[in-house]
Design a protein around this ligand. Structure first.
Ligand code: G3P
Length: 215
């Protein structure tokens, strides 16, 4: 499973990249707003750090024409830019047109297997089902990942399932078990994935015992 980082904070991207397990980056308007920085400056920094793996940048238009225009501008910023459009009817039209132009898309704000089916038919490169936000309204988010993975397998759709709105390590483990293509993860959760108290206790014990060894 590929691991993306879900952030617009360049320090987090740099640190995750140094870990050697980073396959891409996803951003959204809320994450960019959190940086307090100028959008173009943020994108420039991200693309400099990650010039060779997918970086998702989000459009904000509500109609297909606007999404296409914005996507063209975003795609011009780097060859690895993926244009995020919402999983709506207008988004479908934009995905179809952008795919025809060779511009890669990520259909975001996906909350149902039927939305995923349609965006795959339209030719989206990625679909982003938001698991955490479904959990927030008492619907098990990971259930739609299982459905979407199965549907895409049934019909050999090439669209990759990008599990988004990940909130904890259990989401990541389940995404991997279900065969999702990608999980996009906040930096705090990426760090949690490698934490284990027995590892820390073990290191402590080894260091204490090492002190007893004549050297
Ligand atoms: O990138 C979109 C998604 O991951 C947002 O997550 O936590 O705001 O629901 P969240």
């Amino acid at each position: 499973m590929k691991l993306f980082i879900d952030t617009a904070a360049i320090e987090e991207i740099r640190e995750a990249n140094a870990m050697g397990v980073l396959d891409g980056v996803t951003t959204n308007p809320s994450l960019v707003a959190k940086t307090g920085r100028d959008f173009k400056a943020v994108v420039k920094d991200i693309l400099k750090e990650i010039p060779d793996r997918p970086v998702s940048l989000e459009t904000t238009a509500l109609d297909a024409k606007g999404m296409i225009e914005q996507s063209k501008q975003l795609a011009d910023m780097g060859p690895n830019v993926i244009c995020k459009v919402p999983s709506t009817v207008e988004g479908l039209k934009a995905i179809k047109a952008l795919t025809g132009m060779g511009i890669k898309t990520n259909s975001t704000l996906c909350f149902s297997p039927n939305q995923a089916l349609l965006v795959a038919k339209a030719g989206a490169t990625f679909v982003s089902p938001f698991v955490g936000r479904l959990d927030d309204i008492s619907q098990v988010g990971m259930d739609i990942i299982a459905d979407i993975v199965q549907i895409f397998e049934n019909y050999d759709y090439e669209t990759e399932v990008l599990v988004a709105s990940v909130r904890n390590p259990l989401h990541v483990r389940e995404a991997a078990l279900l065969g999702a293509d990608i999980c996009t993860i906040p930096f705090s959760v990426i760090k949690q994935l490698m934490q284990h108290p027995l590892t820390d206790i073990g290191i402590d014990k080894f260091l204490k015992d090492w002190e007893k060894v004549p050297k």
